[in-house]
Design a protein around this ligand. Structure first.
Ligand code: DQA
Length: 159
């Protein structure tokens, strides 16, 4: 399934979260679930640890800040997991920043945007991502860690 192996010098995976995801837990729980972003961070860090990976977990409501963090991942990260929230559907700037990144990128959405309003059906992030996981709630972040670990060969050739 995941054939290509990427080599990175660092074990750091950036997990970037876009606008309104700081409200998880109380924001439309029937769509996004009851887990808070802190809960997701803890679970994601624990899963990454199993693979000898460390996560840098961040959230911003500002597009430019997310762009800056993608640039940071260029030099300091070995992969990116991104839930860009509504910017997924609007941001060419995020698309371009991700395209500049020669590391595996996994896009995550808690909900399944394809089953929702038409304006959520297209994602600029998907076009830059290696893989996309959506509709599985917070489990999607854990599956994204598994995918990144396999793509970077964590636990095998990482020191
Ligand atoms: C989301 C889906 C987006 O359409 C929405 O704007 C979000 C959350 C998700 O995780 O399901 O903010 O990215």
């Amino acid at each position: 399934m995941l054939k290509q192996t990427f080599h990175c010098q660092r074990t750091r995976v950036y997990v970037l979260n876009g606008p309104n995801l700081n409200l998880l837990g109380t924001r439309e729980p029937e769509i996004y679930g009851r887990a808070t972003l802190k809960d997701i961070e803890k679970a994601t860090a624990a899963r990454a640890k199993r693979h000898g990976l460390k996560i840098v977990f961040r959230q911003s409501n500002h597009e430019g800040e997310l762009v800056d963090w993608i640039h940071e991942a260029l030099t300091k990260g070995c992969g990116v997991i991104i839930n860009a929230g509504a910017y997924s559907h609007t941001s060419i700037a995020l698309h371009d920043a991700l395209k500049a990144l020669d590391k595996p990128i996994i896009e995550v959405h808690l909900s399944n945007p394809k089953r929702r309003e038409a304006f959520r059906h297209h994602s600029y992030v998907s076009e830059a991502a290696k893989g996309v996981i959506f509709g599985l709630g917070s489990t999607g972040y854990l599956l994204a860690v598994e995918a990144i670990a396999e793509l970077v060969g964590a636990g095998t050739d990482l020191k």
